[in-house]
Design a protein around this ligand. Structure first.
Ligand code: DMJ
Length: 490
């Protein structure tokens, strides 16, 4: 579409979002019944407390270290601030948003001799800037998005066209990690929503072309197992490496998520994406699904050279939400059945822990008819304030209106406040979800706690189904909403 049309659309979106937001505020401001009101305000309070720590001790830096009242630097690009912009806007935290916007305008510079990870900076920074542009209509965010987007492009100059993992955004050079010429599968296949949207907004096709090329290559590549993909791909040969290991967790997760979401973003016309997604769900059902002995909880395990491992990363808890989104978009009803079952399992990963918070990785009990469903290895007991379960709860509530999903989300929010809140400001990752007496603060607040976890909790508790309607927006893997493209005129 011509740029004027796009801008018009964006402004229209902005106006309706703003209107909804204000009507919601007025409505909630005067409402007598307390349920949803208190919960929305509780999320805002949680955000404000997290922001207090960030503002006082880490302002303009990547991540807050709330216990030592200091900060950590990863890319040196104000990661938490940029990742949080649209959350502040959606939660109606106007003052905080304006202050952060001012920092973006006056301080954020991508002209820096620094190595950034292509995937992480795409989903958090490019994604955050694009969604904030759509919500606000403010050109500042589009200009910044173009700047970072163009600086990431050298990553795609490889012999195979599979991008390198790292880019120096100041020098315009890119390279793989020091120890390998492989890239991670999820990383090269979960940057498409953002670069495709950048092309649409700028009318510059090269952003879209480079990421579509990656999908085309992966679509045709041998080494898949009924739609399941290996975790690495070589940037020289363009072939899968470390074949025979299949997971829906770390290093593969968002490949599956973005097959569906790109198909939705593009108006459900790109058949290869749909075909790969449907095949992958069948592959999951055939090879990775099992039930626990004690309570018959359905979970997604891993396959390593034909050996099944009953291990599931918390990261896999994106899957119920994605399956439900697919079913909502006309995909088979049994996807929704599976979503319902997996949602229960992800809930149990929280509910069965002493702190009410999930471990990073759960092992499931296949054998015993009695005993626990979930076992946690000592090395896997940490919780990083991750979003995947509350993300799925948001989708499940939107599609079923079953209030138990809100209650489960509410329990999680309360556990975060009980075990991860640092009194002086901020929230921290913890070492041990099984020890409520000493959960072991790790002294790090990940940017996705503000970018994703709190945003999804807010949307879960909001009664306003038009606030970022799932028929109008698709959320990137860092919870930044991007518009579903309008269909071309017939
Ligand atoms: C986020 O950066 C994204 O959600 C990504 O897809 C997975 N890891 C973190 C959150 O857990």
């Amino acid at each position: 579409p011509p740029i004027s049309f796009v801008v018009h659309k964006v402004e229209e979106n902005f106006r309706s979002t703003r209107k909804l937001f204000f009507s919601q505020q007025i409505r909630y401001g005067n409402v007598v019944s307390v349920g949803p009101v208190d919960r929305l305000e509780a999320v805002r309070d949680t955000f404000r407390h997290a922001w207090k720590g960030y503002k006082e001790h880490a302002w303009g830096h990547d991540e807050l270290k709330p216990v030592s009242k200091s900060y950590g630097e990863w890319f040196g690009l104000g990661l938490t601030l940029v990742d949080s912009l649209d959350t502040m806007y959606i939660l109606g935290l106007k003052e905080e948003f304006e202050e952060a916007k001012n920092w973006v305008e006056t301080q954020l510079s991508f002209s820096k001799n620094v190595d950034v990870n292509l995937f992480e900076s795409t989903i958090r920074i490019l994604g955050g800037l694009l969604s904030t542009y759509h919500l606000t209509g403010d050109q500042l965010f589009l200009e910044k998005a173009k700047d970072i987007g163009s600086r990431l492009m050298p990553a795609f100059k490889t012999p195979s066209k599979i991008p390198y993992s790292d880019v120096n955004i100041g020098k315009g050079t890119a390279h793989p990690p020091r120890w390998t010429s492989d890239s991670t599968l999820a990383e090269v296949t979960s940057i498409q929503l953002e670069f495709r949207e950048l092309s649409r907004l700028t009318q510059e096709p090269h952003y879209q072309e480079v990421v579509n090329e990656v999908m085309k290559l992966v679509h045709k590549l041998p080494g898949k197992h009924d739609g399941l993909v290996p975790m690495f791909i070589n940037t020289n040969s363009g072939q899968f490496t470390h074949k025979g290991v299949f997971t829906l967790g770390a290093r593969a997760d968002s490949y599956y998520e973005y097959l569906l979401k790109q198909w939705i973003q593009g108006g459900k016309t790109e058949d290869d994406l749909l075909e790969d997604y449907l095949q992958a769900v069948e592959g999951v059902k055939k090879h990775l699904l099992r039930q626990t002995g004690p309570s018959r909880l359905t979970f997604v395990g891993e396959l390593s050279h034909n050996r099944f491992n009953p291990k599931m990363d918390h990261l896999v808890c994106f899957l119920p939400g994605t399956l439900a989104l697919g079913a909502h978009n006309g995909l088979p009803g049994d996807h929704m059945d599976l979503a319902l079952q997996l949602m229960e399992t992800c809930h149990q990963m929280y509910a069965q822990m002493e702190t009410g918070l999930s471990p990073e990785i759960a092992h499931f009990n296949l054998q015993a008819r009695d005993g626990r469903d979930v076992d946690v290895k000592p090395a896997d007991r940490h919780n990083l304030l991750r979003p995947e379960t509350v993300e799925s709860l948001f989708y499940m509530y939107r599609f079923t209106k079953d209030t138990k999903y809100r209650d489960w989300g509410w329990d999680i929010l309360q556990s975060f406040n009980k075990y991860t809140k640092v009194s002086s400001g901020g929230y921290t990752s913890i070492n041990n979800v099984r020890d409520p007496v000493n959960p072991g603060p790790r002294d790090k607040m990940e940017s996705f706690f503000l970018g994703e976890t709190l945003k999804y909790l807010y949307l879960l508790f909001s009664d306003d189904m038009e606030l970022l309607s799932l028929d109008k927006y698709v959320f990137n893997t860092e919870a930044h909403p991007l518009p579903i493209w309008p269909s071309p005129p017939k």
